[in-house]
Design a protein. Structure first.
Length: 298
């Protein structure tokens, strides 16, 4: 039977980093992963970033909906249509605002018998744990029914801080295994069992954030990327973009994470959606994005 592993966690916690780690290690051990990516805006950009590890036909982007509520039926249908293959394993990366409890409650209903009951892995940003202000409840909710908690962003974190966060995690989810990325053994993940913890419900709809995207022209230099990211308000928790820079024939991908850090790297291939700038969070409006682009070009 084929295991289904869902990856949840707050925006910027490191879900995609974990996903890439799992893909690499499962393929090295002869497994054949199928990946489903969910995001509010242009999950196709993220899907293309995985094509240096696996074929695009084994990746499904689910964009514009939340898989724990409005997108749950589409997610279930996608899972049931996954081709059967020897040593198959399905990896699902949920968007950063997913109600992880509802996702696990509904995903397993109506799944083909060839699949094992879904298990959930939460990615925990130790550095920023419970520093999300009004979003702290969402962050803590996302770990309640996970079978495994993976600690990330441990650089420059004291051992006392790490121990304190682990103690908080154990209070919220006393049955989950806790590990770091460096100590994670992918072989035992399919052997995990679904959590049966008692769930503390919260109003997930309050966590549905605004999102939008606009076309992004070629930029004269990399400085424009930083100017665009810095021009957008902090209420926008995630900024992502892909375009050509200067005379480079290849595309460049960039993102601003919730902590404000900006990362720039080469994009894998040509974006199927065209060059785009997209945002997630309060204030995500096309006119605001266009103004930021205009100022950077001036």
């Amino acid at each position: 039977m084929e295991a289904i592993i869902t990856i949840v966690g707050f925006l910027g916690a490191g879900k995609t980093t974990l996903l890439k780690y799992l893909i690499k290690n499962y393929e090295a051990k002869g497994w054949k992963p199928f990946v489903i990516l969910n995001d509010y805006e242009n999950a196709y950009l993220d899907a293309q970033q995985l094509t240096d590890q696996m074929e695009l036909k084994s990746i499904k982007a689910l964009s514009g909906s939340c898989i724990c509520c409005s997108g749950i039926v589409e997610l279930r249908n996608i899972v049931n249509r996954i081709p059967e293959r020897e040593n198959g394993i399905t990896l699902i990366e949920a968007n950063g605002t997913s109600d992880a409890c509802s996702l696990m409650e509904f995903l397993g209903v109506g799944i083909n018998e060839r699949f094992l009951p879904p298990i959930q892995v939460s990615v925990i940003d130790v550095k920023n744990w419970q520093k999300r202000g009004e979003h702290n409840t969402l962050e803590s909710n996302q770990i309640q029914v996970s079978s495994l908690l993976v600690l990330t962003h441990l650089d420059e974190i004291s051992s006392d801080k790490q121990i304190a966060v682990i103690e908080e995690l154990k209070k919220l989810n006393p049955t989950a295994k806790i590990t770091t990325m460096a100590d994670l053994d992918v072989v035992f993940l399919p052997e995990l069992i679904p959590s049966n913890n008692v769930v503390h419900k919260f109003n997930h709809l309050k966590s549905h954030w605004a999102s939008c995207s606009v076309d992004l022209p070629n930029l004269p230099d990399v400085d424009c990327i930083y100017e665009i990211c810095n021009a957008l308000p902090k209420s926008i928790l995630r900024v992502k973009g892909c375009t050509k820079v200067d005379k480079d024939e290849n595309y460049t991908y960039f993102e601003r994470k919730p902590d404000g850090q900006i990362h720039v790297r080469p994009f894998n291939g040509v974006p199927v959606t065209g060059a785009k700038l997209l945002t997630i969070g309060l204030g995500s409006e096309p006119v605001l994005l266009k103004e930021a682009i205009k100022k950077s070009l001036a």
